[in-house]
Design a protein around this ligand. Structure first.
Ligand code: ATP
Ligand code: MG
Length: 182
């Protein structure tokens, strides 16, 4: 899977709709302090299912909505991630599509919605989509400062989980755990 586009509206420091296109290859985002570079990473982490405001650098989830300066006060924040799919990846019903989009919307009353290819879905569907790809909210796809040393400090059990994800078997393990619970 490859990130093609990130569309943002009303999220953190982005009051108006922006569309960031990532061409094939390596992209770098540069800019002065406070211009919103880390906010873009927060947007990505949020769309991948992050549920803990602390990991998005806010006190409450609704603080993710643009705070409302210059007369702009959006009713909601929305982030949409458009991915190019390798066709054999992801859940079987989506495997034939060459483009997959995932969107998340949050209203000021705290209500939130998820969309997979523009259809309402559950957070769980999004988590499943990214399982074993390394691209989930706390996966190895996003490496923060200090993350490398964190890996060295993991307990053997936590390290095993991480390696299972790398090996691509986390999906099967989660399914097995869920089946055993039923
Ligand atoms: P640095 O180079 O210092 O790491 P950065 O480009 O990563 O900077 P960010 O942390 O992404 O900067 O952006 C910080 C800015 O985002 C601050 O000015 C902050 O006020 C603004 N911001 C965060 N949340 C909101 C919000 N809900 N509404 C409006 N602005 C916000
Ligand atoms: Mg930053």
């Amino acid at each position: 899977m490859r990130i093609k586009r990130l569309e943002i509206f009303g999220f953190k420091s982005f009051p108006k709709k922006i569309n960031i296109v990532f061409p094939a290859g390596i992209s770098a985002i540069v800019g002065p302090n406070g211009c919103g570079k880390s906010n873009l990473v927060d947007a990505l982490r949020w769309i991948l299912g992050e549920q803990n405001p602390r990991f998005l650098r806010v006190r409450e989830m609704t603080d993710l909505i643009y705070a409302g300066e210059n007369g702009h006060r959006p009713d909601f924040a929305e982030v949409k991630l458009v991915l190019e799919s390798d066709q054999n990846e992801g859940p079987r019903d989506l495997a034939k599509l060459s483009e997959i989009s995932v969107a998340r919307r949050l209203y000021r009353d705290g209500e939130s919605e998820f969309y997979l290819n523009n259809r309402p879905c559950r957070l769980k569907d999004i988590v499943y989509l990214f399982l074993d790809t390394g691209v989930h909210a706390r996966g190895y796809g996003i490496i923060d400062q200090g993350r490398v040393s964190q890996f060295l400090e993991l307990s053997p059990k936590e390290r095993r989980r991480f390696l299972e994800e790398l090996a691509g078997i986390a999906r099967f393990k989660l399914k097995k755990e869920e089946t055993e619970k039923q």
